[in-house]
Design a protein around this ligand. Structure first.
Ligand code: KG4
Ligand code: ZN
Length: 330
C-alpha cells in the first residue's frame, strides 16, 4: 500500500491505495473552505496553520496500515509553497521513521489520474483541466508523456468564479456559489465580451472578463444598491460568457484535432454548464467523454495516491534530501 498526502492549497487529505488492485483503502479530506470564506479567498498562512492541525489528526486514523506500507507519496508541486511544505514535511518524517521510499507527485497529474481512481489507466486522452490555479488543454499519452497544448494567459477559469464571488461578497469558493445564483438569474441581461474571440490562438484569458464584471457591479452600485436579482443576473451572464470562452477555444481545437477521447478534470469540472456544453461537443464529434467522479474533482489525496502507484511501479522515487516544493512548474 501507498500512503499519499495532499496539501497544495486548502484541503488537507490523506489516502491509502493498494498498489496491485489500485483499491482505495482509506481516504479522508478536511476542507478549509469555511475558514477562508470570510476572506473571499485562500489565505496561505492560515491554510498552512490549518494543515498543521488537520494532517496529524487524519494520520492518526491511518496508523493501523503502517506495517503494510511500501511508500509515502506527497504533492510537491504546483501549489502554495507554505501549504505544500506542510505535506512534504510530514511525508519526509514518515519516510525516515518508517524507512520507506518517497514519491513526489505533480498535483496536475493527480487531477488527471482522478479519472483512474480504483481503475486501470486509459490513454491517450485529451484533457481539459479546469481548477482554481489552471486552465489547460493537455494531450496525455501516459504518466510521463504529456504535452501542454494550451493554457491561460492570466487568471484561471475557477479563479475567475472565485474573484467574481469576492466582488459581491458571496463567499469562497466562488464556483458553486456563482453557479447556484446563476441558476436563478437572467443570463442575457448583461452582455459581457467573450475573451480572445478574435484571436486565432488556442489559449485562455479571464482577467478582461473579470474586469468587465467588476465595472458592471460598480455601475449598478453607483445607481443604487446591488439587489439579489442583480447578483443572480450577473452570475448567470458571467458564467455563460466564461463557459462560452472555453467552448469557443475547444471547438477550434476539435476542428484541427478531433480527439477520440476527452476528459474534463479539476475542481471547476464540477460546473454543470461546462459539463453540458462539453458533452454536446463530444457527442457531435463522436468523441468519448470521461469525467471523474464529482467527489474526486476537487483536491484530494486519492488522486495523488493513484499517480503514486504508477510512479512506484517504475521506481520513480525521490530522496528526502532532494524533494523540493515548487509553486509553479515550467
Ligand atoms: O481543483 P481544485 O479543488 O483546486 C485547485 O487545484 O485549484 O479547484 C478549485 C476551484 C475553485 O476555484 C472553485 O471555485 C472552482 O474550482 N469550482 C468551480 C465549481 N466548483 C468548484 N468553478 C465553477 N463552477 C463550479 N461548479
Ligand atoms: Zn487542484
Amino acid at each position: 500500500m501507498i500512503l499519499s498526502i495532499e496539501s497544495s492549497c486548502d484541503d488537507s487529505s490523506i489516502a491509502i491505495t493498494q498498489i496491485e488492485s489500485k483499491k482505495l483503502i482509506y481516504h479522508k479530506k478536511i476542507s478549509q473552505e469555511l475558514q477562508h470564506s470570510v476572506y473571499g479567498g485562500v489565505v496561505p498562512e492560515l491554510a498552512a496553520r490549518l494543515h498543521v492541525e488537520a494532517l496529524p489528526k487524519i494520520l492518526e486514523e491511518c496508523k493501523e496500515y503502517f506495517p503494510k506500507l511500501k511508500a509515502i507519496a506527497v504533492t510537491n508541486a504546483p501549489g502554495l509553497s507554505v501549504t505544500l511544505m506542510e505535506g512534504v514535511t510530514m511525508a519526509k518524517a514518515l519516510s525516515i521513521s518508517l524507512n520507506l521510499p518517497l514519491i513526489a507527485v505533480n498535483h496536475l497529474k493527480g487531477h488527471i489520474y482522478s479519472l483512474f481512481i480504483e481503475k486501470e489507466e486509459n490513454f491517450p486522452t485529451t484533457i481539459l483541466l479546469v481548477s482554481g490555479g489552471h486552465t489547460q488543454i493537455i494531450e496525455a499519452n501516459g504518466l510521463n508523456d504529456m504535452k501542454l497544448v494550451a493554457s491561460t494567459l492570466d487568471d484561471s477559469f475557477g479563479e475567475s468564479f472565485d474573484k467574481v464571488a469576492k466582488m459581491m461578497n458571496l463567499g469562497y469558493p466562488g464556483g458553486p456559489i456563482v453557479q447556484e445564483k446563476g441558476l436563478k438569474g437572467n443570463e442575457n441581461r448583461f452582455d459581457f465580451p467573450v475573451p480572445l474571440r478574435q484571436s486565432p490562438n488556442i489559449e485562455f484569458s479571464y482577467s478582461g472578463l473579470k474586469n468587465a464584471v467588476r465595472m458592471q457591479i460598480e455601475k449598478l452600485e453607483n445607481e443604487g444598491s446591488l439587489t439579489e436579482e442583480d447578483i443572480c443576473d450577473i452570475c448567470a451572464s458571467f458564467e455563460k460568457t466564461a463557459v462560452a470562452h472555453i467552448m469557443q477555444k475547444m471547438k477550434k481545437y476539435f476542428k484541427s484535432n478531433r480527439p477520440k477521447n476527452l476528459a474534463i478534470v479539476g475542481g471547476a469540472s464540477a460546473n454543470i454548464r461546462l459539463r453540458t456544453a462539453i458533452e454536446e461537443l463530444c457527442s457531435k464529434n463522436n468523441t468519448k467523454l470521461f469525467l471523474s467522479e464529482l467527489k474526486y474533482c476537487s483536491d484530494n489525496a486519492a488522486m495523488i495516491g493513484r499517480v503514486a502507484v504508477e510512479q512506484y511501479k517504475i521506481n520513480e522515487f525521490v530522496t528526502v534530501e532532494d524533494i523540493d516544493v515548487q509553486t509553479r512548474l515550467k
